[in-house]
Design a protein around this ligand. Sequence first.
Ligand SMILES: NC(=O)c1ccc[n+]([C@@H]2O[C@H](COP(=O)([O-])OP(=O)(O)OC[C@H]3O[C@@H](n4cnc5c(N)ncnc54)[C@H](O)[C@@H]3O)[C@@H](O)[C@H]2O)c1
Length: 390
Amino acid sequence: MTERVVKPVGRGFLFLDSHPAGCARVVREMAAEVERRTPARRTALVIGSSSGYGLATTIAGLARYGIDGIGICFEKAPTARRTATAGWYRTAETAALAAELGRSWTFVNADAFADTTKDEVLDLVAEQLGGIDHLVYSVAAPRRTDPRTGETYQSVLKAIGAEHTTKSLAFDDGAPVLQEVGIEVATDDEIAQTVKVMGGEDWTRWITALQDRDLLKPGFNTVALTYIGSELTGPLYRQGSIGASKADLEQTALKLAADGVTAMTSVNGAAVTQASSAIPGIGLYVSLLHKVTGLQTPVEQSIALWDQLTGASPFDLDDEGRIRLDRWELNDDVQSAVRAQWESVTQANIAEVADAAWFLTEVRRLYGFDVPGVNYDAETEVDVNWPATS
Ligand SMILES: NC(=O)c1ccc[n+]([C@@H]2O[C@H](COP(=O)([O-])OP(=O)(O)OC[C@H]3O[C@@H](n4cnc5c(N)ncnc54)[C@H](O)[C@@H]3O)[C@@H](O)[C@H]2O)c1
């Protein structure tokens, strides 16, 4: 047991330590957003369950429909010098929540891309759940090793075709700083590697592995998360290397559907997550978006997703068969207001035009800081165990 005071130490939007009590409270706050429904008696596999949209999907499914499941994520244990990663602590609290609600959830801390992980998880699915009704694929990873070849691919955040610059938000001692950031052009190889990491290949491999062991229940459906976003972020995101991987993911859904699997992508709206805060321009964009309209939270969107996956609500699909949870973001009035603010923002007016302070708080909350009700001067237990099977 190791109790210590944990402070936000780091650079930019990256902190070295996470606050266990703060992370636990964030999980409870997320669960409190969910209105319960009659249990749906369904089982789910959530890949990327410790953070961002995968965490929200896990909590929403558990708290709204009493879904049982297995979550997979890739987190770091505490060491003598550093706390565990935030997702480790959030997973411990999510497991405690599941136990309180009397549901069966097991969390596997391993590389989802590895075949050894697939084998381990499929064994658990067979033993504990008897099969899967829903698979939600919500991985955001910087690299992937293909277990068949041993080759490691890296994803990049670069433009395609022409170089680009974007306005971007940074902070100096808590004060917002407007920057211009250059975006390099990705080579063909970098684009191909990004698609290998964030495209649909691994999602397909999970589904094939489940099919091979006859673990898909009748009525099974699966979603992988994708993003479209605004024209303002288009050159870097949707038309960039990461967007190429999202196009691949969307094509994969169509291929899986052609093979008889109920597979769709879910277009979620912008959210402040560890993955998104690393993308230049996104911090400024969401700070402006928040000022214009507020953001629909990941839990709110995940509730809408579960309502559709369980059949409680009809699917809200676009012409390309994608579930649209981002209509609030891409609404024309919202986008033209955000564009006007994006064009008018300067160093002098940034604190008024953008909700920069809100954004910084959201980033700090990703590590369990700035959470109301937590005493950050008190010692907190950092040696939290990975949850046992519930
Ligand atoms: N954040 C946004 O604004 C946004 C918007 C729309 C869609 N999305 C999509 O949602 C998905 C999740 O993104 P996020 O922003 O919630 O990310 P995130 O960084 O908050 O979470 C990523 C999750 O993936 C897990 N993970 C990473 N590498 C892994 C590995 N090798 N094996 C197992 N688990 C691994 C992490 O542990 C974590 O649980 C992505 O597909 C992303 O494109 C995000």
